[in-house]
Design a protein around this ligand. Structure first.
Ligand code: LLP
Length: 402
């Protein structure tokens, strides 16, 4: 929750910027680490959700591993203190350069997504004279009941290997002499809110898939269920630390672990979403024919989720909190400055009466916000400001006061 001191400071800072509440990050990571030890479940943080160095350094210092999806992410994770034996590398399309680099770095495992990829990693490991560890991502054919752009475990998705290739996969694994097969990897989707039902279903499927491989002579040493725990975008302050407990418990109860078999989770969003806020200013208030528009200085280039997925982010007028009398509510379409009609933060939002210069908070922006930003329209990238040291913030120099 942003307090008045934060807001008074924000008034002096150039917008837009990402504000990270490091106390909340610490509480969240603390919870995850505690559950990881209690249930004996290894955690790899999905770096794609937020790759800010300071955030990664904090996560790695808590013994959590990294789930990466590009060679650059692998190198960055190593740079931010994740030991190579806690770094996994997933993704449907790894380039030869990325594979070679990761083999040389001796990472914990490649999460492979096709038979051809396994074949190529084996061949490259042989050429480099270094063994490589792999896990294989399976498409379990389970619908995560989430947005169609972030559902990944149904047969229509490009991710993982489906059951029609299991026999060929078991054969290939036996033939790949340069690979050490670790186990199976799954990830059915992101922003899953029906955690109990979806993950119970996933666990049931995973148990039978693991049995199939063991029955066919393939030892499954590790089971990785991916990420996906959802967060509350409607009410970010209601439960700022997501319900990791239910997720860990459901998985612990649902997976039939054999002795020595390890279990892994890869949360991204649930660790970082709620600690991040995109702070912006109202540039102009425009009274339209039928609507009033608040035009902010932050847009889809800073946080693309609303434009790309129609995602909801709570919007708050921070400056209005400092006004002596609670101003009346108005209905606004809150939009960004980018030349695209989809650059809309929220249509028909009830907000306090707002004026030019007001500070606006776009909440739950810590995950897939900064990491997905772009420079479209040659816009600047919004910098990060951390609650621990706000002095690093770029102060406002040029502004026109009416
Ligand atoms: N593991 C794998 C293999 C993944 O593909 C993902 C996310 C994760 C873990 C982490 O999932 P999480 O715990 O964050 O749900 N840009 C979208 C989300 C894309 C998720 C991609 N994969 C969004 O803004 O909603």
């Amino acid at each position: 929750m942003l307090d008045v001191k934060n807001i008074e400071f924000f008034e002096k800072v150039d917008t837009p910027f990402y504000f990270y509440d490091m106390d909340l990050l610490r509480t969240t990571v603390g919870k995850v680490s505690a559950l990881s030890s209690r249930y004996g479940i290894d955690v790899h943080y999905a770096v794609k959700a937020n790759e800010e160095k300071r955030i990664l350094e904090y996560i790695s210092s808590n013994g959590i591993g990294a789930d990466c999806v590009s060679g650059n992410e692998v190198m960055h994770a190593l740079d931010c203190g994740f030991p190579a034996d806690k770094v996994v590398f997933a993704g449907v399309g790894k380039s030869d350069g990325e594979i070679a680099e990761a083999i040389r770095a001796d990472i914990s495992a490649f999460n492979c997504e096709s038979l051809q990829e396994i074949y190529i990693i084996n061949a490259m490991a042989a050429r480099l004279g270094r063994r490589a560890r792999i896990a294989v991502r399976i498409n379990p054919g389970v619908d995560a009941h989430t947005h169609r752009y972030i559902t990944t475990g149904t047969y229509e998705n490009k991710f993982g290997i489906s059951d029609h290739e299991f026999t060929a996969l078991a054969d290939l694994l036996r033939r790949c002499r340069w690979l050490d097969f670790q186990g199976l990897h799954f990830h059915v989707g992101s922003q899953i809110t029906d955690v109990r039902n979806v993950f119970s279903l996933v666990c049931g499927r995973v148990n039978s898939i693991v049995s199939w491989f063991e029955d066919h002579g393939v030892q499954v040493g590790s089971i990785n269920l991916g990420g996906g725990l959802g967060v509350d975008y409607e009410d970010p302050d209601g439960q700022p630390v997501p319900d990791f407990e239910t997720w860990f418990r459901t998985v612990d109860e649902g997976i039939r672990r054999r002795p020595g078999q390890t279990l892994h989770l890869e949360p991204g969003r649930s660790i970082v979403a709620q600690c991040g806020t995109l702070v912006s200013r109202v540039l102009f208030v425009k009274v339209g024919e039928t609507k009033n528009f608040l035009i902010l200085d932050a847009g889809m280039t800073d946080l693309i989720r609303p434009a790309l997925y129609g995602a909801y982010h709570k919007i708050e007028n921070l400056s209005a909190r400092l006004r002596p009398n609670l101003p009346q509510s108005q209905v606004y379409d809150v939009v960004g400055p980018v030349c695209e009609s989809s650059d809309v933060w929220g249509a028909g939002r009830f907000l306090p009466f707002s004026v030019r210069g007001d500070l606006m908070a776009i909440r739950s922006a810590g995950a897939y916000g900064q990491s997905m930003s772009s420079r479209y329209n040659m816009r600047n990238l919004a910098p990060a400001v951390y609650s621990d040291d706000m002095h690093g913030a770029r102060l406002r120099t040029e502004y026109f006061q009416e």
